[in-house]
Design a protein around this ligand. Structure first.
Ligand SMILES: NC(=O)c1ccc[n+]([C@@H]2O[C@H](COP(=O)([O-])OP(=O)(O)OC[C@H]3O[C@@H](n4cnc5c(N)ncnc54)[C@H](O)[C@@H]3O)[C@@H](O)[C@H]2O)c1
Length: 351
């Protein structure tokens, strides 16, 4: 393919506008069509978009004069001449658009978490398998430079055996922000901080250390939502007593800064991502600050989208970061955490 990869983007909220900006910075990508049910957003007015990370200036409207706009995602899928459909709508509509886009012969990039239950997940897996098209998912932390660097070093044995690890993701509340119909605060639509945000860290635990046998999770429900787990602390059991845990929550006041961090203790080093940066504290007392970020592709969002565009352009199936089976297993892990919170007990994970 010599031309740019043509993208049709569905959903112009926090993630959709983030993806739109990133595609605009990629030499091989061009967003040629967008869809949103919100007419102001279709006109390029993104002033009500709210997100918990990044410092985007949403007061500056997008210029859609060269972009086809649709009120319906299905119409975009059926009518727009695109190579890729990128799905950034709220979770309950991921499946409908994924299945329709694959059936229309498009490659699909979808935001996580893909669905609200395992039955819907099975439909997605079947549609992906039947289509033969490329499919990738926005579990962006696997592609986030510091996480990826640490994971590759750990997996290559550079740090020695794991002693203990802790991952955190804390966010100001989305309640009353610019999200569509305040959907982050509705359990049936969103699944709470547990599914929508902490899934990144549950997935990263698997990315680093493989599948845990069981999980014990404690959660605070209804801090901002109707009845979702808005804050969770989970302990992952690998059967050998190693302490691996993750904490995620979005019940905090709006002025609380977003935090994503980890600290991993291994035989030969402590690896830490914190507000002071990404550092490797070696056993001999030296402290390294590896420069892992590429200024052109500074975040995991940039990395994952640039990679997918590259795969489509070169007709190379995407294999990097994760495959669908891993996404399904991370989803099952989150469902086990929900069960553990609900039933106040340790849950064995069935893969
Ligand atoms: N990977 C990440 O770091 C990350 C971060 C935030 C959100 N997300 C995911 O991205 C998705 C969207 O989240 P968001 O924060 O952008 O939400 P949002 O509420 O900010 O934006 C959703 C947009 O979709 C539009 N919309 C709603 N229903 C629609 C429909 N049926 N058809 C077309 N448009 C529709 C809304 O008008 C809105 O513009 C979610 O699945 C969320 O889990 C991922």
């Amino acid at each position: 393919m010599t031309k740019k990869v043509r993208i049709g983007l569905i959903g112009l909220g926090f993630m959709g506008t983030t993806h739109y900006r990133i595609y605009g910075s990629l030499p091989d990508a061009q967003v040629v069509a967008v869809a949103d049910i919100n007419p102001a957003r279709r006109r390029g007015d993104i002033s009500t978009v709210w997100g918990n990370i990044g410092n985007f200036d949403n007061s500056v409207p997008f210029d859609f004069s060269q972009v086809q706009t649709y009120a319906s995602g299905l119409e975009l899928i059926q009518q727009a001449e695109v190579d890729v459909i990128d799905i950034c709508v709220p979770t309950p509509w991921h499946k409908e658009f994924i299945v329709a886009a694959l059936a229309a012969g498009r490659h699909v990039f979808s935001e996580k978490p893909l669905c609200r239950d395992l039955g819907q997940m099975e439909e997605i897996v079947a549609a992906v398998k039947a289509s033969g098209k490329f499919f990738n998912v926005g579990l962006c932390i696997r592609a986030w430079p510091e996480y990826r660097h640490a994971q590759q070093m750990y997996r290559a044995g550079k740090f020695g055996a794991l002693k203990c690890a802790s991952f955190r993701r804390l966010s100001p509340t989305a309640d009353g922000g610019g999200a569509w119909e305040n959907w982050f605060c509705k359990f049936d639509l969103c699944g709470g901080a547990l599914l929508d945000m902490h899934m990144h860290d549950a997935d990263v635990v698997r990315y680093f250390f493989g599948p845990p046998k069981a999980v014990t999770a404690f959660g605070a429900k209804g801090l901002r939502s109707d009845c979702s787990v808005d804050h969770v602390v989970a302990n992952y059991d690998y059967g050998d007593g190693t302490l691996v845990c993750a904490e995620g929550g979005w019940g905090f006041e709006k002025t609380v800064p977003f935090e994503m961090s980890f600290i991993i203790q291994c035989e030969k080093a402590t690896i830490q991502l914190s507000h002071t940066g990404y550092k490797i504290h070696w056993q001999d007392g030296t402290v390294a600050s590896p420069q892992v970020s590429d200024p052109a592709l500074p975040t995991g969002w940039h990395q994952e989208l640039a990679y997918f565009v590259d795969c489509v352009k070169n007709n190379t199936p995407p294999v990097q970061y994760q495959n669908l089976a891993e996404v399904v297993d991370s989803f099952k892990l989150i469902m086990a955490e929900q069960q553990s919170v609900d039933e106040k007990r340790t849950v064995q994970i069935k893969y």
